[in-house]
Design a protein. Structure first.
Length: 313
């Protein structure tokens, strides 16, 4: 992921003067082609279907600026695969892991609401097709955890809204990491049931981390209504300590939910520098996965175990 972020820093100030709202469109991914997937089949009794965050910046295609990832381009694939591999390594546990490459929109697209709304349908359509292929060919009727981070969480919500009851009955949990669940989402998707503890199943987990409630990124968490603490799995204001090893230093932080802003407030983190492009000082959107990975991995395993216990009752 560090390499991808370096790419974003390099390209964020570059514009070849030919930029348009949509621009050239890369080849559509064929999900019957195994190269369009990152898969780890462990023979597990449950799956983790994960949709990656934004790992793509502007790049050239046929001499023009392209706003979408090319899933057949080796360099852009490498940027996406870094996150896929990291999440599998730190989050999957015993679960089988499936993560699709998709024509995600560039990080720079998120600077403009107009650009984001114009470009996202292409990315969403890819993810929907990957999900349908996964259900038809890979899932084999197993229960599943579905998770997405940032742009991936937005795409995940699109899947949730369209998921039929016959498939939703196998949902262990849905993890909306670093993105919002709004009133519109709740009204349009009865499948979204907020998590209230560490082991409830068929629920949606959502969190966005900040230093204070003023350090928000509107496009990411504006209008969010769901929040659970990814350390102690409480929805009240009880704080929980956790340890982060970062740049050869170890910091003990605390996390607590803010019931008014529906954000997770993190205290004592020394690096409040913003992420590239859309970042805000004190906003930890780019830290979400690294902050909480031991707790989320264990939580996935706990919810999978709870799912099977309920089935055996």
């Amino acid at each position: 992921m560090l390499g991808a972020m370096a790419l974003l820093l390099l390209l964020s100030s570059w514009d070849d003067g030919k930029d348009t709202l949509i621009g050239p469109i890369p080849t559509e991914p064929d999900y019957a082609d195994s190269s369009q997937w990152f898969i780890r089949d462990r023979g597990g009794r449950a799956d983790l279907f994960y949709i990656i965050s934004t790992e793509t910046g502007y790049h050239l295609k046929d001499g023009d600026t392209c706003h979408f990832a090319d899933t057949y381009d080796d360099y852009l694939r490498e940027c996406m695969a870094l996150e896929m591999h990291a999440v599998d390594s730190f989050y999957s546990g015993d679960c089988n892991y499936f993560s699709p490459y998709y024509r995600q929109v560039s990080m720079q697209s998120w600077e403009s609401v107009e650009a984001t709304m114009a470009r996202l349908p292409l990315a969403l359509a890819d993810v929907r097709r990957s999900w349908e292929y996964y259900i038809a060919h890979y899932n084999q009727g197993r229960p599943f955890v579905i998770a997405g981070y940032s742009q991936g969480a937005h795409a995940m919500m699109d899947i949730m809204r369209r998921m039929p009851d016959s498939i939703a009955s196998r949902l262990v949990a849905a993890y909306v990491v670093g993105y919002k669940v709004t009133k519109e989402d709740l009204d349009s998707c009865p499948l979204i049931r907020p998590a209230h503890g560490a082991a409830d199943t068929g629920v949606t987990i959502c969190f966005n981390s900040v230093r204070s409630s003023e350090d928000t990124i509107s496009v990411v968490s504006g209008g969010n209504l769901l929040c659970i603490n990814p350390v102690n799995w409480r929805t009240d204001t009880v704080s929980a300590p956790f340890v982060v090893v970062d740049y050869k230093r170890t910091d003990t932080l605390t996390a607590r939910c803010d019931p008014e802003s529906h954000l997770v407030l993190v205290d004592n983190y020394p690096d409040n520098s913003p992420m590239p492009i859309i970042g805000v000082p004190g906003n930890y959107h780019h830290r979400e996965l690294k902050f909480y990975y031991p707790y989320i991995c264990q939580n996935i395993m706990d919810r999978v175990a709870a799912y099977f216990e309920k089935k055996e009752e």
